[in-house]
Design a protein around this ligand. Structure first.
Ligand SMILES: CC(C)(O)CC(=O)SCCNC(=O)CCNC(=O)[C@H](O)C(C)(C)COP(=O)(O)OP(=O)(O)OC[C@H]1O[C@@H](n2cnc3c(N)ncnc32)[C@H](O)[C@@H]1OP(=O)(O)O
Length: 264
C-alpha cells in the first residue's frame, strides 16, 4: 500500500519531517469509537508504516474531545458469544500496535475510555493533554475490558487503583494519571500534538535499529522474570556492537560532533 491510500474513512495519516507519521483517529460524531472498520484501517496503516523505511516513529492521536471513547457499543450490542469468540474479537487488528516494532507515542486529549484507554496503553508511552480523562467503564455497560485493560492498567498503576477503576468505571484526570504512572507527561492541550511530534522526531533521529532494540528490551520487562530480563537486555546490548551505528555514535562522542546514524 502506498502513502496515497493511507487515509481512510475513520482515520488519516500525516507525514512530518524527521521520519514521523501521525495517525489521527477521525470519527468525530462517535467520539472516535473503535468500530471494526476503524481498527481494520488502523491495522492497515500500521502495516504500511512498518514497511516504510523513511518512518522512524509513529504518533497516534484523536481529537480535542476524545482520543477514543472505546469499542463501538452500537456495533457490539447485539453480538453473540460465537460472534466474538468465533472472530476472536480484539486479537487481530487492535493488537497490531503491540506487534509494531517502531516506537509509538499515544497523544491523548479528552476521553480515553475502555478500548481507547487500552489502545493508548498499547503504545510505548502516553503524552496527555491537561484535558485527558482515562477510564475502563466497561463494567457500567455489563462487560469487562477485553483489550488488555485489566492487565496493562494493573501493571502500569498497580492493583489498587486499577481494581478501583475497573470495578467502578471511575475516570482519572490527567494529573492523577501522571501521578499514577499511566502517562509520562502532561501538556497544555494546544501543545500536545506539537510536543508529541517533536518527541517522536527526537526518537526517529536516533539509530532506528537501536531504538527498536531498546523498545524490545523495555517491553520484555513486562513478560519475564528480572533475571531473564537482565539476560535478554545484556544480549541485546552486546548485539548493538555489531552495528555501524554503535561505532558511529561512540566515535561522534569522542570527536565532539553530532552522530550521523545510517540505521545499520
Ligand atoms: C474494547 C473493550 C473490550 O474493552 C470494550 C469497550 O471499549 S466498551 C466501551 C467503553 N466505553 C464507554 O463505555 C464510553 C461510552 N461513552 C460515554 O460514556 C460518553 O459518550 C462519554 C462520557 C465519552 C462522552 O459523553 P458526552 O459528551 O455526553 O457525549 P455523548 O453524547 O455520549 O456521545 C457523542 C456521540 O458519540 C457516541 N459514542 C460515544 N461513545 C461511544 C461508543 N463507545 N460507541 C459508540 N458510540 C459512542 C454517542 O452515542 C453519541 O452519538 P449519538 O448517539 O448522539 O449519535
Amino acid at each position: 500500500m502506498s502513502r496515497d491510500n493511507l487515509s481512510h474513512e475513520n482515520l488519516y495519516v500525516e507525514f512530518h519531517d524527521g521520519g514521523v507519521a501521525v495517525i489521527v483517529l477521525n470519527r468525530p460524531k462517535a467520539l472516535n469509537a473503535l468500530s471494526p472498520d476503524l481498527t481494520r484501517e488502523l491495522g492497515a496503516a500500521l502495516d504500511t508504516l512498518e514497511a516504510d523505511d523513511t518512518i522512524g516513529a509513529v504518533v497516534v492521536t484523536g481529537s480535542a474531545k476524545a482520543f477514543a471513547a472505546g469499542a463501538d457499543i452500537k456495533a457490539m450490542k447485539d453480538w453473540s458469544y460465537m460472534d466474538v469468540y468465533g472472530a476472536d474479537f480484539i486479537t487481530a487488528t487492535w493488537e497490531r500496535l503491540t506487534t509494531f516494532r517502531k516506537p509509538t507515542i499515544a497523544a491523548v486529549a479528552g476521553y480515553a475510555l475502555g478500548g481507547g484507554c487500552e489502545l493508548a496503553m498499547m503504545c510505548d508511552f502516553i503524552l496527555a493533554a491537561d484535558t485527558a480523562r482515562f477510564g475502563q467503564p466497561e463494567i457500567t455497560i455489563g462487560t469487562i475490558p477485553g483489550a488488555g485493560g485489566t492487565q496493562r492498567l494493573t501493571r502500569l498503576i498497580g492493583k489498587s487503583k486499577a481494581m478501583e477503576m475497573v470495578l467502578t468505571g471511575r475516570m482519572m484526570d490527567a494529573a492523577e494519571a501522571e501521578r499514577a504512572g499511566l502517562v509520562s507527561r502532561i501538556l497544555p492541550a494546544e501543545e500536545l500534538l506539537p510536543e508529541a511530534i517533536k518527541t517522536a522526531q527526537k526518537i526517529a533521529g536516533m539509530s532506528r535499529p537501536i531504538a527498536m532494540l531498546a523498545k524490545e528490551s523495555v517491553n520484555r520487562a513486562y513478560e519475564t522474570t528480572l533475571a531473564e530480563g537482565i539476560r535478554f537486555e545484556r544480549r541485546l546490548f552486546h548485539s548493538t556492537f555489531a552495528t555501524e551505528d554503535q561505532k558511529e555514535g561512540m566515535a561522534a562522542f569522542v570527536e565532539k560532533r553530532a552522530p550521523a546514524f545510517r540505521n545499520r
